[in-house]
Design a protein around this ligand. Sequence first.
Ligand code: GDP
Ligand code: MN
Length: 381
Amino acid sequence: MDLYEYQGKELFRRFGVPVSDGRLALTPEEASSAAAELGGEVVVKAQVLTGGRGKAGGVKLAGGPDEAEARARDILGLDISGHVVQRLWIEKASDIAREYYLSLTFDRGEKKPLFMLTREGGIDIEEVAASAPEKIARLHVDPLMGFQPFEARWLCFTADITEPGEMKQVIAIVEKLYAAFIGTEAMLCEINPLIVTPAGEVRALDAKVTLDDNALFRHPDLAELRDLAALPGQERLARERGIAYVKLDGDIGILGNGAGLVMSTLDVVAQAGGAPANFCDVGGGAKADVIVSALEIITADPVKAILFNIFGGITRGGEVAQGLLDALEQMRIDVPIVVRLDGTEAEKGRRLLAEASPPNVHPEATMLAAARRVVELAGAA
Ligand code: GDP
Ligand code: MN
């Protein structure tokens, strides 16, 4: 799970990593009152789960409430690499003398957390790694020994951060970042830039935190952040129901059982000239209620037709067909639904569908025929 900058900063704050004061704002008016509360100059920052916001015009300085409101109007609704800005973080502006970079990530190759520290912050670390790799201090922490204070000093000296007052603060931040990483079972904690103010104060100006989904059950305190992670409604619903859902940009809804089958369904639909609107995997053994949820999720996208591709193993064709019929009773689905059922209980499923024969359900015998049919129906819509 990726956290928004403001959530990452909230975690940093809990672990004692210094961050600036700020407020969340969802509207230009809220941005204005946030700026009034904070006082003085502020930064208006787009909260989206992608980097490069600064370059994309998603980070703007504002002199006061009125300007903050105007900048909020500019930034809200902005599309940053496919992420539409719906929330803003209004933060007390910082004066910047230098921008450093500090991160802690899980290095799967070494099976150890890896620290990276460099004076070359503010820009993409990939650029620094490509052009001046020698400027990045890299250190693996032995997870059994745990973090040792001398390692923070070694990082600072290696990165050429030696001014005593500054070094002392960076060392403290390194140590606290490690505590945050371990304490939350994160996969990534990145601070870019880690700034030094003209007065010599060191602070995290940005926060990128990725938590390990598989460890979240051990952290009920982070559940609150997960709710706020404002996945689009569909993705939240999908997660709650144990459905794997990924939004794509076409107009044909895809529902299948098993990731491999759904992936090949996407390919066959593309081959037939169509564009999938999503990837929706109901998994093995899906019962009727899961099918209903999946259809709710899929029809929240602007789909022109839907393709059901079910190969029954532990999933029973009868259950799937019943789920589809239940869904059609519970909700209004106007678009055509092409159904290909094979495997366990396929006969029973087909019989159920044939008996009920809802007007917009079109059975097909093979995957390719189903893909062609759904593309044709979507085109006609
Ligand atoms: P990113 O572009 O998504 O990584 O967003 P950042 O939060 O890292 O902000 C991008 C850049 O905006 C930073 O590298 C800074 O140069 C600038 N910036 C952000 N906050 C402030 C601030 O409080 N004061 C000033 N002067 N610049 C800021
Ligand atoms: Mn950044």
